[in-house]
Design a binder for this molecule. Structure first.
Ligand SMILES: [Zn+2]
Length: 117
């Protein structure tokens, strides 16, 4: 059975476990995967950074309680966080690096922080 390069589709000769027709195709293939992963990571980091800045600004202004709608209006993304934990039964905290928040049933966001490194 003829095998084909997974990068360019050209026929491959040689070892049975070979996946690429050349070193160029192999490195292009892996570079493309790395570029895609880095792009995805940059996107996630951008969202987390924005969330962190919003939480930090609220705390700097002395506001440890804000509304969900206020954060949403500032493009806060509730779908991404760095960790989650339960401090008390039923109270789930979402961490964004050194800040954590929990959302009360009334739609208030309670923010806490722990000292940075
Ligand atoms: Zn190839």
């Amino acid at each position: 059975m003829e095998r084909h390069c997974i990068r360019c589709g050209k026929p491959i000769c040689g070892r049975a476990d070979k996946k690429f027709c050349s070193d160029d195709c192999r490195s292009d293939y892996h570079n493309e995967i790395r570029r895609r992963e880095e792009k995805q990571l940059r996107k996630v980091n951008c969202i987390l950074s924005n969330n962190w800045r919003i939480l930090a600004a609220s705390m700097r202004e002395g506001r440890s309680t804000v509304s969900v709608s206020e954060l949403s209006a500032r493009d806060f993304n509730f779908g991404l966080f760095t960790a989650s934990s339960r401090r008390f039964p039923g109270k789930r905290y979402f961490w964004c690096y050194n800040y954590a928040y929990r959302i009360s049933r009334s739609g208030k966001v309670h923010i806490i922080s722990r000292p940075g490194p």
